[in-house]
Each structure stands twice: as C-alpha cells, then as structure tokens.
Design a protein around this ligand. Structure first.
Ligand code: ZN
Length: 316
C-alpha cells in the first residue's frame, strides 16, 4: 500500500484539493470557489466534505492517506492558528489545524501559502539543490518564504518571511499592512498596473494608451514589454530595481544561495532579473552578491500544493 496525502490550497478565489504521492505527483485534483463570504461554518463544511471525498478516493485507489497539508494566505502560527488573513477574514482566530485534525482524524499541517510554495520548490522544484534560499511570490501581493539550512524558517511565532512588507521606500506608497513603501507596493501585479496607469495618465507614450485604463492588466503590460514597448519595459525595470534593493539586504544579512521568483509577475522573469541583478551588485558586498543566484520557480501553480503535501508526508 502506497502512502499518499491530501494537499490543499485555500486561495482567496479558489479552494483546491489534491491527492498527492510521496514523489510529488498529483494523482487527483478538484477545485471549487472558496466562497468565504458564505461564512466560516459553510466553508469548513465544504472543506471537510472535500477532504472526506479525497480520503475515500485515496483508499479506493489502494493508497494509505497519512496526513493533510494546507496552505493558507495570511499570518499562521506554528500551531495552525490563523492570526489574520485579509482574504479569509471569517477564518481569523480559528485553529485550523486542530479543527481539521479532529474532524478528519488525520494529522494535519497548516502553513502560510508562500511558505508552502517555498517548501514545494525545495522538495520538488528550483530549490532542490539549495540549502538556503528566499522564495518570492509576485502575484496580487508579494509573498515570501525562507528556507535556511534545509528547513523552512517560520520564526518564533510562525509569521516569519513577510519580506513583501520590507520597506524599500521610507516615505513611499501606503500599504494595506499599515506601513509605507513596502516591496509589495512596487513589485506586485497590482503595483505594476498602478504605476503603469500613472505613467499613462501623465501622457507616457505606449501601445497601451489605446486600451481603456480599466481593462489594463499586468499580463497585458508584460505582453507589451515583451514586444519592446519602452514604457511597459520601464515598469518591469522599476519593479526589478525594488526587488534588487530588498534582495541586496537579504544577501548581506543571510548570504543565501539564491532567490526564486514565482507568481504571475515572474512570467516576465527576463525583464525583472536584469534590473534586480544590477541593484544587488551595486548594493551588496561582492561575496554574497556573486553567490546569490536569481532563478525562476519551476513548479508554478502547483508549488504550494506540493509543499503542503511534502509537509503532510513528512509529518511536520
Ligand atoms: Zn506592507
């Protein structure tokens, strides 16, 4: 009988549940809208019936389901308590680990979604050959996860790795976290869209000028940049510059082997990395700057699922 686990990604929009084996292969997957607005009990009911379905599915396929791993956006304690989650407010204050373990009678592990992504890359992706690296997920926001000496560093309270809220501009744009000038305000998809709209509003020349501002997405800006549009390119250059400022601080402090970029914005990896590298070289000491590789995520959308699965399989 082969050991398998249930790996779950609770996103603001989608709830994904997968059956995963020890080699990181997704054997079965299902997806439904998270619909968190229907309330905590409604959500937990659907979550647990989804887990029960996958448990039956695993048994029917001749597997032994050994645990459950869950990635959640937000600040999560080492014990599985959801301290805060902007996208999943009704889950705040809930010990999700205890809830799931008791209801489903299986050991479960709750982890911040970017930490799950980092661990997925460590076990199955771009982080496989590195003992110490920083994962940055560049999506709607900027998430991060830190792997040090082959272990995920979650901090004394579980909330380490919020590198998206490192200050890169002291009097910069206000951030939803309450700070000003966070990296997230310069390198996320939302930030790139806002900066582009601002540049267009000021009369910047771009092929995007023909598009209604309401319709412009970060993917469209990436497209324009790839086609050589100077204004669009400068937006990624600027995001890369801020990523480089933050990366230089990380390199100097931790002498990491690498930084892995993932998420939608990382699709423009080639545009970001040049500016980022330039900034790291200009700001960090030569030894950590030379050492630091900047590479792209290999797992994409499944990274968090696979990281949560690896935790469930290892039982920690
Ligand atoms: Zn912030």
């Amino acid at each position: 009988m082969e050991n398998v686990c249930i790996a779950i990604d609770i996103g603001g929009t989608n709830l994904r549940l997968c059956l995963v084996d020890g080699a990181g292969r997704v054997l079965f997957r299902e997806r439904q809208p998270t619909d968190i607005d229907r309330g905590r009990d409604d959500f937990l009911g659907r979550l647990c019936s989804g887990i029960a379905r996958l448990k039956r599915k695993g048994a029917a396929e001749g597997g032994r389901v050994v645990g459950i791993g869950v990635g959640v956006p937000g600040l999560i304690s080492n014990e599985g308590l959801v301290y805060s989650s902007v996208n999943l407010r009704p889950l705040e204050g809930l010990n999700l680990r205890q809830q799931i373990s008791e209801t489903m009678e299986l050991p479960s592990f709750i982890v911040n979604d970017a930490n799950a992504w980092a661990w997925g890359e460590k076990c199955f992706g771009a982080g496989k050959g590195m003992a110490s690296f920083l994962m940055l997920t560049l999506g709607t926001g900027v998430g991060s996860g830190l792997v040090l000496n082959d272990r995920l560093w979650t901090g004394i309270d579980g909330v380490a790795g919020e590198f998206g809220h490192a200050t890169v501009e002291p009097a910069g744009r206000p951030c939803r976290c309450g700070n000003h000038g966070c990296l997230e305000q310069y390198a996320s998809a939302n930030a790139i869209v806002s900066a582009t709209l601002e540049a267009l509003h000021k009369g910047g020349d771009s092929c995007l000028s023909a598009t209604s501002p309401m319709e412009i997405t970060s993917a469209m800006i990436a497209d324009a940049a790839a086609k050589g549009d100077a204004l669009a390119r400068s937006m990624f250059d600027e995001a890369g510059r801020y990523l480089g400022i933050a990366a230089a601080a990380a390199a100097n402090m931790l002498n990491l082997e690498g930084i892995i970029l993932g998420g939608g914005v990382a699709a423009s990896f080639g545009l970001l990395v040049e500016a980022m590298r330039r900034e790291v070289v200009a700001r960090a000491f030569p030894i950590p700057a030379r050492r630091l590789r900047i590479i792209r995520s290999e797992l994409g959308d499944d990274a968090g699922i696979l990281g949560a699965a690896a935790m469930a399989m290892a039982g920690n």
